[in-house]
Design a protein around this ligand. Structure first.
Ligand SMILES: Cc1cc2nc3c(=O)[nH]c(=O)nc-3n(C[C@H](O)[C@H](O)[C@H](O)COP(=O)(O)O)c2cc1C
Length: 375
């Protein structure tokens, strides 16, 4: 979390009561050093081609993974179909026993004060921007929108910092979930206890953070998890364990075999390995392999989901729900709880209109034929 400082840095020119997403992004642009919050009018679609050039935080080296995620959504089009009687499509889902108003969750993003250069600064509301304040924007904003927000775990975070974030999770009991880094098994179990006490209905481990072992500080180790370790985690936890960062069919099947509650197909938004396939490119084969073997485990995805149309495309490829990373970061930093609510509302409205315009009645039953591959 942000250390207390004598003199917080004041920022000039905020829109104090942001009325819309443009205001929110204007504010986000002011508080962040490392992201230009570009494409203000388009509500910040963040494709790595804006004024940041190659500096979108943590795009990773050659930034290919990040850009491919975005481009993969552009390669497929939605097949427009409007001769039907669907006027009020259903967007609710049940994810691991939790009812969500839409198949969209916040991304799992931590360290926003240091990753985005917002540390020690006063936010638009005059309060100091801290990790807890950021987490509140995400979690309360999602809960108010009828969906779920994530609290993150930073590799360097002491247990105390993690516990403070879990206080926010506890406050929104049942409507907030938590992530744990792929630490040693003992440290993971310690954190699972805290997450369960906070009342989270499930938790995730970003197994793709294992490569950060090389950069870990002494005593702050992360490690890859093999099938045996995945099973140990499943057995220890009383709530479902979601493996995040799955990009191959065989690992998806190992997660299913281990008893994972769900997986998140993700390349960490391109932050961990700079040249991976796009998540949308690997999603269909993973879905097919898992379903062909009869596993019902939900399959989520993230990376480059920038509007409601993208959400529908991911569902057509077989995802049950998506997570939205960078756009949510800006919404929370620039507009707090209300900023995140506004962004969820935008995604929901776009999803509903995309469903009407493609003849989809229910997000739980999206036919792949609504997609046309661009050639
Ligand atoms: C600043 C930042 C911090 C992140 N921190 C975490 C984290 O602590 N744990 C995690 O599992 N993923 C983390 N991620 C990755 C996101 O959860 C997610 O996979 C990715 O951002 C999704 O892509 P999108 O930003 O294009 O929507 C982070 C991403 C960003 C941009």
């Amino acid at each position: 979390t942000t250390a207390a400082v004598d003199k917080p840095i004041a920022v000039a020119g905020y829109v104090k009561k942001p009325q819309n997403l443009t205001d929110v992004l204007m504010n986000a642009r002011k508080i962040m050093d490392t992201c230009a919050a570009c494409d203000i009018s388009g509500a910040g679609r963040c494709n790595g081609k804006g004024p940041c050039g190659e500096t979108v935080p943590g795009m990773g080296g050659k930034r290919l993974s990040f850009v491919r995620n975005i481009e993969a959504f552009e390669e497929v089009s939605l097949n427009m179909r409007t001769v039907h009687n669907i006027t009020q499509p259903k967007t609710e889902i049940n994810l691991l026993g939790v009812k969500l108003s839409m198949p969209i969750l916040t991304g799992i993003t931590g360290g926003l004060t240091y990753n985005m250069g917002a540390a020690n600064k006063l936010a638009f509301d005059g309060e100091m921007m801290t990790e807890e304040k950021y987490a509140r924007g995400i979690i309360q904003g999602a809960a108010n929108s009828g969906t779920i927000g994530w609290a993150a775990d930073g590799i360097g975070d002491p247990l105390e910092t993690y516990k403070r974030r879990m206080n926010v999770v506890q406050e929104f009991k049942g409507r907030a979930v938590a992530q744990i880094k792929p630490r040693t098994q003992k440290e993971i179990f310690e954190r699972i206890d805290i997450v369960q006490q906070a009342g989270a209905p499930f938790f995730a481990i970003d197994v793709d953070s294992a490569g950060r072992a090389a950069r870990a500080l002494p005593g702050k180790t992360v490690e890859p998890k093999d099938l045996k370790k995945l099973k140990e985690i499943v057995n220890y936890a009383k709530i479902p364990f979601i493996a995040k960062g799955i990009m191959t069919v065989d690992e998806a099947l190992m997660c299913a075999e281990a008893g994972c509650g769900a997986i998140i197909v993700s390349n960490h938004g391109g932050r961990v390995l700079s040249s991976t396939p796009a998540t949308m490119h690997v999603l269909p084969s993973i879905v097919k392999a898992v379903r062909d073997r009869g596993y019902k485990m939900p399959i989520l995805m993230d990376g480059g989901v920038r509007d409601g149309g993208d959400v529908l495309k991911a569902l057509a490829y077989g995802a049950q729900a998506v997570l939205v990373g960078r756009p949510m970061i800006r919404a929370s930093l620039g507009g707090g709880v209300e900023g995140v609510e506004m962004l969820f509302k935008r995604y929901h409205t776009e999803l509903v209109s995309s469903m009407v315009l493609t003849g989809v009645a229910d997000v739980n039953n999206v036919d792949p034929s609504i997609l046309i591959q661009e050639v």
